[in-house]
Design a binder for this molecule. Structure first.
Ligand SMILES: NC(=O)c1ccc[n+]([C@@H]2O[C@H](COP(=O)([O-])OP(=O)(O)OC[C@H]3O[C@@H](n4cnc5c(N)ncnc54)[C@H](OP(=O)(O)O)[C@@H]3O)[C@@H](O)[C@H]2O)c1
Length: 344
C-alpha cells in the first residue's frame, strides 16, 4: 500500500466506454500532492467507495448528474484523514466523509465534508450502511415501499450494499422477506447470516418458477435494484396495490441498445393499471436529503445493536479500483465494495 507523501496518484477517465467498461477506459496519473490554500484542507484518502452510479458518470448520455470529463479524476465518496488544514473547522488528524474521488489526496474547502465520530470503530461504514447506500435502502423501502408487517417484500442484489439493508429493515418491520442474489454463496449468506426468509439464485434455471414458489402469497413490495430478467420474473407476481421503489437497474447499465424480443411496455403498464401498482423512481440525496439525520440516528442504533449486519468487500490499493469497479457491474463483489488506500 503506497505511503508516498509527495506524489498524488489519480485514476482519471481515459475514454467513454461502449458497453462494459474496460481497463483502457481508466488511466493512472501521477502529480504532486497539492497544497491547501487559506480556507482549504488537504485530505488523505483512506477508503474509496465504488458504486454502480459511477458507470453513469463515465457516459455522456442523459442523466440526473453531469458526466466526468475525459481526463478528469473519477468521482467517488471517500473517508479521508485531514492531513493539513488551513480551515478553522477541521483539525489535522480528523477523519471525514467527503467526495474526494479516485485519488490519494484531495483538496476541499470544507463544503460537504462531515467529520466522523472520533470513536467510530469502522470508519468505512460511512460509505456503506451508515452512508449513501444505507440511506437509499432506508428511504426507498420506508417512504416508497411502505411495508406492513406480514407483507411479502422482495429485493434484488440482496447481498449488496443497498439490498442487504433493505431486507434487514423489512425483517425488522415484520415482513416475509425474499432476496434475489447471484450464486449459492451469496444466497446462503442472505438467508443464514442476514436472516431473510428465503433467497433465490438468479443464475440458476427457472428463476420465474423458483421465485413464485418462494412467494406463495405474491409480492407486496419489490425493491428494484436490477431490472432485466429479474424484473421480468417479478412482474407477474406483484399483488394488487403493490409498491415498487425503483432504485436502480444495474442489469442495463452497460447496455448499448434495447434488449431483443417483443416490446413489453404494454405488459408493464397494463399490469400497473389493472393491479393499481405504484412504481416510483428516486435519487436519494435529491429526494430525501433533509431526512439524513433521521436515517443516521436509526441506522447507527440498528448497527450498534447488531439488528443490521454489515459485510464489506475491501480491496487494497488505488490501482485495483478499475478492475474492482468492472467486477461490481458483473456481480463479482460480495458486500459493500470499498477500496482501501491507506491505513487509518
Ligand atoms: N436511486 C438511488 O439513489 C441509488 C443509490 C444507491 C444505489 N442505487 C442503485 O442500487 C443498486 C444496488 O447498488 P449497490 O451499491 O447496493 O450495489 P451492490 O448490490 O453492492 O453491487 C451490485 C450487485 O448488482 C448485482 N448485479 C450486477 N449485474 C447484474 C445483473 N445483470 N443482473 C442481476 N444482478 C446484477 C450483483 O449482485 P448479484 O451477484 O447478487 O447478482 C452485484 O454484486 C444499483 O442499481 C444502484 O445503481 C440507487
Amino acid at each position: 500500500m503506497p505511503q508516498n507523501t509527495t506524489i498524488n496518484r489519480r485514476i482519471v477517465l481515459n475514454s467513454r466506454p461502449h458497453g462494459a467498461p474496460t481497463a483502457k477506459d481508466f488511466r493512472l496519473d501521477r502529480g504532486p500532492v497539492p497544497k491547501p490554500a487559506a480556507g482549504q484542507v488537504l485530505l488523505r484518502t483512506l477508503y474509496l467507495s465504488l458504486d454502480p452510479y459511477m458507470r453513469g458518470r463515465m457516459s455522456d448520455g442523459p442523466s440526473y448528474a453531469a458526466p466526468v470529463a475525459i481526463g478528469d479524476v473519477m468521482v467517488g465518496g471517500t473517508v479521508s484523514r485531514v492531513e493539513d488544514s488551513r480551515h478553522g473547522d477541521f483539525k489535522v488528524g480528523t477523519l471525514v466523509l467527503g467526495y474526494g474521488g479516485w485519488q490519494d489526496y484531495a483538496l476541499s474547502d470544507g463544503k460537504g465534508l462531515t467529520p466522523l465520530y472520533p470513536d467510530d470503530p469502522h470508519p468505512s461504514h460511512a460509505l456503506g450502511v451508515l452512508g449513501m447506500p444505507g440511506f437509499t435502502a432506508y428511504m426507498g423501502l420506508l417512504d416508497i415501499g411502505r411495508p406492513v408487517a406480514g407483507e411479502t417484500v422482495v429485493v434484488a442484489a440482496a447481498s449488496g450494499a443497498v439490498g442487504s439493508v433493505v431486507g434487514q429493515i423489512a425483517k425488522l418491520t415484520g415482513c416475509y422477506v425474499v432476496g434475489i442474489a447471484g450464486g449459492a454463496d451469496k444466497c446462503q449468506y442472505v438467508s443464514a447470516e442476514l436472516g431473510f426468509d428465503f433467497c433465490v439464485d438468479h443464475h440458476a434455471d427457472d428463476l420465474p418458477g423458483r421465485l413464485a414458489a418462494a412467494c406463495p402469497k405474491g409480492i407486496d413490495v419489490y425493491f428494484e435494484n436490477v431490472g432485466g430478467a429479474v424484473f421480468d420474473a417479478v412482474l407477474p407476481l406483484l399483488n394488487a396495490k403493490a409498491r415498487v421503489p425503483l432504485c436502480g437497474l444495474i442489469a442495463t447499465y452497460n447496455a448499448t441498445e434495447l434488449p431483443p424480443g417483443p416490446d413489453r411496455l404494454g405488459l408493464l403498464v397494463g399490469t400497473l393499471l389493472r393491479k393499481r401498482i405504484k412504481m416510483q423512481g428516486f435519487i436519494v440525496f435529491d429526494d430525501y436529503g433533509p431526512r439524513w439525520s433521521e436515517f443516521a440516528g436509526a441506522m447507527r442504533e440498528w448497527v450498534r445493536q447488531d439488528k443490521v449486519k454489515v459485510r464489506e468487500d475491501v480491496v487494497f490499493g488505488l490501482e485495483s479500483a478499475p478492475e474492482a469497479f468492472i467486477g461490481l457491474l458483473q456481480g463479482q463483489n460480495f458486500g459493500k465494495l470499498v477500496i482501501q488506500l491507506a491505513h487509518e
